[in-house]
Design a protein around this ligand. Structure first.
Ligand SMILES: *Cc1c(COP(=O)(O)O)cnc(C)c1O
Length: 417
């Protein structure tokens, strides 16, 4: 069931009219549906019922404390890519032994922090990183639990910026050299080899690439067993896509069937790192029309949300549906929907068909829950916008709108000025 729906031509989130939230909180803002977040997490988790698994929400898709708290309450784990995400994850109540740590550039202070907290597993992406983790663990008198992130060289058939499992990508260790890396790892004193990991990309809308990757991993698991390296965890990463426009990605159940079909019976514990599929369609941005103008070439709708609030359209050429918060049923026009920032790349949609709007009208930018707020910035000294969570007929601000004082916090004018 969709929790962003029209009732009497007015867009609601669950049981609250979005217009009402905008009156109280102002625009622009992010709004998330609690029921949707919960349903998406449970749907993914339940798809693997009967399988020994841990669903580690990928923090980088949305690190808001309230959202992560919801997933930790539901028994989820967390996939992190930085010390900052570890800090947030612990604040949100995740137990360290449900946290997995990926990323090609883990710093020493971040490795130490994760070792001290006792995370479930490091997903290691290079030989130098492997040796560094061993050295740091030795100094801290710990044994570092670790998986090797393998790059299986499969084409996930997604936007090139979000493909991660091809030879040309910076991620993971080449499948050809993975066994050599395992043999090195197995000899290191302060390392406990416990898993195998891969993550091939994001917004993947077919099961094929996942299956291809898993066939490659199965071959490695067999080789590992043959060499007496016994792993217990198989981390299959994230990457399942969602519908932004007309994509028809597999349902989590279909995805789970594909995985189960390839993996067969296994004593390994499966780890998943879904991000977008859980939060993407659980959040929207609400923005207000500031001005309209037409040139001889085009119509422009200038709104109060910009690329600093949602960078996906310009960064990934991403499509986000844009809907009127109150549907006045007017005629359709074709317009560029642009923000206030002094960059031609500052747009939410180009050449979009949309019902005629007027100054002050509210628009909802759909499917903004993943890689939305987390990628926002203060560019042009614009204040970061608030986030709201709706639950039934209740809603709460889960992050306040920044104030001008927040902009200069931490800045120092040197004494010689
Ligand atoms: C980004 C990322 C994910 C989540 O990807 P989604 O496409 O949002 O599911 C999972 N694992 C790793 C290692 C990532 O970098």
């Amino acid at each position: 069931m969709n929790h962003f729906i029209y009732r009497d031509k007015e867009l609601y989130c669950e049981k609250v009219p979005i217009r009402k939230i905008a009156q109280k909180v102002g625009t622009p803002m992010y709004i998330y549906s609690y029921a949707t977040l919960k349903r998406h997490f449970m749907a993914f988790n339940d798809a693997f019922k009967g399988v020994n698994r841990l669903v580690c929400f990928s923090a980088k898709a949305n690190t808001s404390l309230a959202i992560m708290k919801l997933f930790s309450n539901l028994g989820g784990g967390l996939d992190i890519v930085s010390g900052g995400e570890l800090y947030r994850g612990l604040k949100a109540g995740f137990s360290p032994n449900k946290i997995v740590y990926s990323g090609v550039g883990k710093r020493i202070d971040e490795i130490d922090y994760a070792l001290k907290m006792g995370i479930l597993m490091f997903n290691v992406e290079s030989l130098e990183e492997l040796e560094t983790i061993d050295r740091r663990a030795g100094l801290l008198k710990k044994k570092a639990p670790l998986a090797i992130r393998v790059n299986p060289d499969v084409d996930p058939k997604t936007h090139p910026y979000i493909s991660t499992g091809m030879k040309k990508n910076k991620f993971g260790i080449n499948i050809e050299t993975a066994m050599a890396a395992y043999k090195v790892a197995a000899k290191l004193k302060n390392i406990k080899v416990i898993g195998l990991d891969c993550h091939i990309g994001s917004q993947i809308t077919q099961t094929g690439p996942f299956k291809d990757a898993l066939y490659s991993l199965k071959a490695i698991i067999k080789e590992l067993t043959d060499c007496g390296i016994n792993i217990r965890h198989l981390d299959l990463g994230g990457g399942l896509g969602i519908t932004y426009n007309e994509e028809e990605p597999p349902h989590p159940v279909e995805y789970a069937e594909a995985i189960k079909e390839v993996i067969g019976d296994t004593r390994l514990k499966l780890i998943f790192e879904p991000g977008r599929v859980i939060v993407g369609n659980a959040g929207i941005i609400v923005t207000k029309v500031l001005y309209r103008k037409s040139t001889t070439a085009k119509e422009f709708i200038i709104v109060d949300a910009g690329m600093n609030d949602l960078i996906r359209p310009t960064l990934y050429e991403a499509f986000h549906a844009i809907k009127p918060v109150v549907d006045s049923g007017g005629e359709e026009i074709k317009a560029d929907i642009v923000g206030p920032i002094c960059e031609s790349g500052d747009f939410l949609a180009l050449g979009r068909k949309i019902k005629k709007v007027k100054q002050g009208d509210l628009l909802a930018v759909m499917s903004s829950g993943a890689y939305g707020f987390v990628m926002s910035s203060n560019y042009c000294s614009r204040l970061k916008i608030p986030e709201v969570m709706v639950n039934g007929d209740n809603f709460q601000v889960i992050r306040k709108r920044q104030k001008y004082e927040d902009l200069t916090r931490g800045e120092i004018i040197p004494s010689f000025l």
